[in-house]
Design a protein around this ligand. Sequence first.
Ligand code: PXP
Length: 238
Amino acid sequence: MAKLSVNVDHIATVRQARLINEPDPVTAAALAELAGCQGIIVHLREDRRHIQDRDVEVLRKTITTKLNLEMAAVPEMVDIARRIRPDMSCLVPEKRQELTTEGGLDVAGNYKPIAEAVQRLQEAGIAVSLFVDADHDQIKASRDTGAEYIEIHTGHYADAKTLKEEDLRFDEIVKGIDYAVSRGLKVNVGHGLNYRNTQRLVPIKDIQEYSIGHSIIARAMLVGLDRAVREMLAIIHG
Ligand code: PXP
């Protein structure tokens, strides 16, 4: 059965709006776990706009499921991950000006630094996932780095403005997942998934894990985190 990992970055976004210590993403992670999610994700950005180093350190000691640390493939972040030892590191592209991650990694175009990051993380016993678009060249390059997982970027599917475009993006995801699995990769999906567009992915049996943040935290503000996580689990598990 596919797993749900909840990204709690936006709990930290609210906290950082006042630069105080609440709400705490550590508390949110515990509540999400009690509601039944199978993993917690945080993105430690180079500009520390939401998640702080302390959050990752405390989460490593407190969470009872699986910690996935999203991060740029840069030496500073690799060193932090090797010290904190999340269960998984998901390597993502990062731009200072972006509101959120805008697309997949260009693994083919930045092969050497990414492959080095993968190797250094794996040496520390950390499973590595590469966040990529559903593009065969990027998927093949991801496999060549030695990463065991990719996370297919579902943002273009989620952002589709017409049904026709959504169909196209959905087909790309299906083909990308088939190709990745045929190359021996395990596949997660994420970005822009919500209570409307996740359902369509559920029949794709090769999806190992859904990585969902914004929609769950947005719903949690209105109905509570426990209910928001349980409602998403009900979609994924049917
Ligand atoms: N996966 C990756 C690699 C991401 O960067 C993000 C956003 O932090 C997500 C999944 C979750 O996206 P969303 O917040 O839109 O659910």
